[in-house]
Design a protein around this ligand. Sequence first.
Ligand code: 5AD
Ligand code: SF4
Length: 476
Amino acid sequence: MTAPKYHLTSYGCQMNKLDSELVESRLRQRGYVAAASETDADVVLINTCSVRQHAEDRVWSKLGKLRIRKRGEPQLVVGVLGCMAQEHKRYLVSRMPHVDLVVGPSAFGDIDDTVEKARAKNQQLATGRDPARTKHEVVGAGVVAVDQGVSGDLIRRDVRVRPHRSQAFVSVMRGCNMPCTYCIVPTTRGDEVSRPIADIVEEAQRLCDDGVTEITLLGQTVNAYGRDLTGQGATLARLLRELHGIPALRRLAFITSHPNFLSAELVDAIAELPKVARYLHLPAQSGSNPVLKAMRRGYTVERYLARIEQLRQKAPDVELHSDFIVGYPGETAADFDQTVAFLRTVGFAQSYVFKYSPRPGTIAAELPDDVPDAEKERRNAVLLAAQEELTLAKNRALVGTTAEVLVEGDSKVAGRFSGRTAHHRLVHFAATDRELFGQYVPVRVTEALAHSCVGELLAHDAAQEGRADPAEAQRA
Ligand code: 5AD
Ligand code: SF4
């Protein structure tokens, strides 16, 4: 019998991408193989995101197409995973009979069992047998496993399943306890749950034993890590110090931080630990105090600036990245102008800008969405242009300097590779030796672009990169 084939599409944040890796690793352990394309798959899974309407719309439209496909292929298994599964479980179960699995973000640990049950049920349906007589749980649309409280992190991770050989994400906490009025994440992902330091260090060690040299720690408010582990003294700073001791590890990053938890202890760790990435993703969301207050972010512009001042004094080389929401209910043109001024004052190296999207069930969704879409669009474009100007200026300042680049893979331009510096800057350079993927190489920056730099690869000592004699490597 040929192995069943799955296809998994992932939307949304890094946390979702990591969850998708976990799902894939469960399916592969169960004998499934990745399909060459979605049309070729026996099991189609979508790991979804609810943070903005646009992300959800893409999934609804995909589900519409799968409904048509399934008319001709009744044995096809369709699964909705992640935040939309959590948020829309009732609708999916009652109104979308072609969806077999609805699996919330905390129930991925036994996803392989859930998929197997759905396959068995669909095969029986396709052969005209009554699935109700099987011992499988059949609820509404099919086999449903919503939020059974099984955290994926409780499952020992198969470190071999990951997209990059040198880079890996490690989840250090799930959920979010913050009261941001616009955000659906606390609803879909639940309360903060931190993993014990020892578990994280053990997973990181196994990843490094398998060739990983760059780890990015993930949490919705990653610098609040540990506050639910009372009495254990677990903080992000302590975790960074422990992980820093793994000899094979060369870079250690963490996303996403909340301004309220940028403690002096964390600033010291960032300043003192050379392996810690030289960027901090510290979303401000707005540069206007009334808007920050309405969003219940828990800080003012002045407090944000004071916090980063401490960081800049101790670790002046660390660059700041932000997220901004434009067109929050009640945001005036003057509020927005303050956000533009704030972005320039801080001098962010990179920002993601989002048009406010009301999420049903959040506090902000009760307010009138009173900034017209055309105006949101204008603010979005203005803020992005201001950021591009800043990024370009920073990139220009790098021309002529040399940076250590971790090579990630082919660039979009043929004959070029791309990688990132310790500051998370994207650098493209001409190269052909694919043995360089996953290696750290010196690149001299020759040209600055709005979102990246172009550079030239300098000769380097490959032996130092954990690779023996280059001639040997070429023969191999
Ligand atoms: N509308 C627009 N952007 C949002 N974000 C979160 N919720 C919303 C929303 N309702 C943005 C925030 C957050 C990022 C991940 O998504 O900027 O930092
Ligand atoms: Fe959402 Fe705020 Fe939590 Fe970030 S900190 S995930 S914006 S509630």
